[in-house]
Design a protein around this ligand. Structure first.
Ligand code: UDP
Length: 250
């Protein structure tokens, strides 16, 4: 089963991949490694929209669990994603890759607001566009932000680089019988509540026929492998897409 031909992708990186071996925060060495992988992908001619989570700094749910107001904590989480976006922008620009950060929470002194047409222009000019602050609203995650930007920027696929190498039938850390899927359809992911992305993100991808590719970003060179069609990953797409290997309506 193949992905559609890729011209433009949305790459979502969990915040935790920026913290390297630290328990928290940003490790500039790891950010630099991630930036190299992004540059390599961009150098193949792909247009890249990037979304980075904030879990290495702050998650709203964690704040709420300790008694904070959930919305207030979520706004703090969104601000964390802006810090990560700026760290990635810095690392990419040190490699000579031109970038723009667009934030769903307006922050004029440090980045642009999200303006789709302007983002289109950046991509045309070979810039990487980093979308920060998720959807800009509490009670969402950056996975939903990634799905939303993938849809509005008409990306051919959403690549989710995280610390696991795909979608499993159960948690592989706690269940020795857990198996990794090669491909799986959106509805099975939703019906079985499989841990890929939050349900709203999966549903948005399903409704817009955007394949989701879940892979581990922790191994060096894995992004390039997965983009070239090899490498360990799980592809989530519609049942018809899975059997035909094309995007519905494509
Ligand atoms: N967040 C939010 N709305 C959004 C995106 C993010 O409220 O549209 C908050 C939420 O609190 C979340 C935090 O920002 O926990 C960090 O994002 P996320 O947990 O998605 O980061 P990741 O797990 O990918 O590192």
């Amino acid at each position: 089963m193949a992905l559609p031909r890729l011209k433009r992708i949305l790459l979502k990186l969990s915040g935790e991949v920026l913290m390297g071996n630290q328990p928290f925060g940003i490790d500039p060495e790891f950010v630099a490694e991630m930036a190299k992988e992004v540059k390599q992908a961009r150098d193949t001619g792909l247009e890249i929209c990037l979304v980075i989570g904030g879990g290495n700094i702050f998650r709203g749910m964690a704040g709420a669990a300790k008694g904070m107001d959930r919305a207030q904590a979520d706004y703090m989480g969104m601000l964390a994603t802006v810090m990560n976006a700026l760290a990635m922008q810095n690392a990419l620009e040190q490699l000579g890759v031109h970038t723009r950060v667009q934030s769903a929470i307006q922050m004029d002194a440090v980045c642009e607001p999200v303006i789709r047409r302007r983002a289109e222009r950046h991509l045309e000019k070979n810039r990487v566009v980093i979308f920060a602050a998720g959807v800009g609203s509490p009670y969402f995650t950056t996975d939903s932000g990634a799905a939303l930007r993938a849809a509005e920027m008409k990306c051919d696929a959403l690549f989710k680089g995280t610390s696991v190498d795909g979608v499993y039938s159960a948690d592989p850390k706690t269940d020795a019988d857990a198996v990794r899927y090669d491909t799986i359809d959106y509805d099975t992911v939703l019906a079985n509540n499989l841990k890929v992305m939050d349900a709203s993100a999966v549903a948005l991808c399903r409704d817009n026929a955007i394949p989701i590719v879940v892979f581990s970003i922790r191994e060096k060179g894995n992004l390039a492998q997965v983009l070239s069609g090899s490498g360990i990953r799980t592809i989530v797409q519609g049942a018809r897409q899975n059997s035909q290997g094309t995007r519905e309506g494509a």
